[in-house]
Design a protein around this ligand. Sequence first.
Ligand code: ADP
Ligand code: ADP
Ligand code: MG
Length: 461
Amino acid sequence: MFERILIANRGEIAVRIIRACMEMNIECVAVYSTADKESLHVKLATRSICIGGPRAADSYLNMDAIITAAQVTGCDALHPGFGFLSENSEFVRKCEAAGITFIGPTADAMDALGNKAAARKIMVKAGVPVVPGSDGPVESYAKLEKIAKKIGYPVLIKASAGGGGRGMRRVYQQEDLKKLFEEAKAETMACFNDDEMYVEKLIINPRHIEFQILADEHGNVIHLGERDCSIQRKNQKLIEESPCMFIKDELRKSMGKAAVAAAKAAGYTNAGTVEFVLDEKGHFYFIEMNTRIQVEHGVTEAVTGIDLIKQQIRIAFHEPLRIKQKDVQLNGHAIECRINAEDPAKGFMANTGTISFLNFPGGPGVRVDTLLYNGYETSPFYDSMMAKIIVHAPTRLEAIRRMRRALLEVVTDGITTNGDFDYLLMHHPDFVKGKYNVSFIEEHMDEILSWDKAVDEEING
Ligand code: ADP
Ligand code: ADP
Ligand code: MG
């Protein structure tokens, strides 16, 4: 097995990877920016090394500094976590050239799937259903207008390099097409330094359903069931659960088969996620593949009992998968709530502060992955996600009740979070009934905020 792994990330995902390494008796080296000197991942790692200034470009995105850190500390492998360099094929190639195993897919598989318009083409060839749309990128406005007319409004303009919900615009009528196309192009240029665009039919009120897959280097590919990630704000996930209560065995089988076919078509190895939208009639369409571990991997770990980070490490060490598809069972129900340092009443605006008192829930069926500790000063330089609360229970309703009580135990004095918002969401009758789609938060925002206000007034007068 690897002797020492460098963790090219920060925050709760770095902590999560350290935990897997410790349990596998692998040493781990943390890297950190000057702003992260006092971070939890630095304190927990076997050793740590400073790689640059607070701006991500100067540290967590600085490929040469990270590879040098791995070399001087004698690491034989590197785990990229999510975000930062995790989906950067140039970085994968640099690791390989330096003789360091990148824990993730090959650079070629990453390239094949990283461009979302190109990935669509691969899926069409492999017989995986995609949303009706352009065959590839749309080079000009004139071409876009033609395709949009052909597939019919509403359409969704998307960026080939997109991620995190950026570079996307919904268009309901041709009059708005030009303006929104320019907007989306400008946004993707600013975020990803690339403005290749494509277009899909806008599926009305779909659910976001994604399949976790594991693929080894010996041709074995399995899926670990689905996650329903439809509770989103600004096209970004907030709450995730597994299984999706509306997916029956038969649909799970066919979606799982499509996910495995998608991974095979791209020559994919390691852990990955195949994302679909599922419409109201039960038709599913591939939207993209994420070539890394995901934020919400914990709900799959809960229901399958499979440690995804350990699997990633074993696969990278060329081991064959020991789990067969028929061994994968989804037991009970798991829900994750993300706790972000952001204020739902202020358009989810992010904030920072020093944690003066911290309490996280425990007890049966509760897992907390976090970067917080008492006295920690949160950083304005990085993502606002502070913790993930994951509960597991025999049934969905018990999981909801468990999440409610877990959220009641959360105290993060010093920062404002969406914790209460998550708590209220767990009480919304439509959420409880499972009647929701990707528009849920947008549609119920005012209602939930008014509950919050009412509770606040009752408590504080
Ligand atoms: P998705 O899985 O659909 O991409 P995620 O919420 O998992 O949605 O992530 C959105 C993007 O932001 C991804 O590129 C992910 O790697 C990055 N990201 C999300 N949360 C964090 C975080 N706490 N720290 C760093 N990067 C993050
Ligand atoms: P990103 O790379 O930003 O994660 P995705 O392609 O995964 O972009 O889409 C993000 C979200 O946008 C999805 O989870 C879904 O809610 C919505 N979405 C994407 N494609 C469509 C579509 N064709 N119709 C309706 N909603 C879509
Ligand atoms: Mg996505």
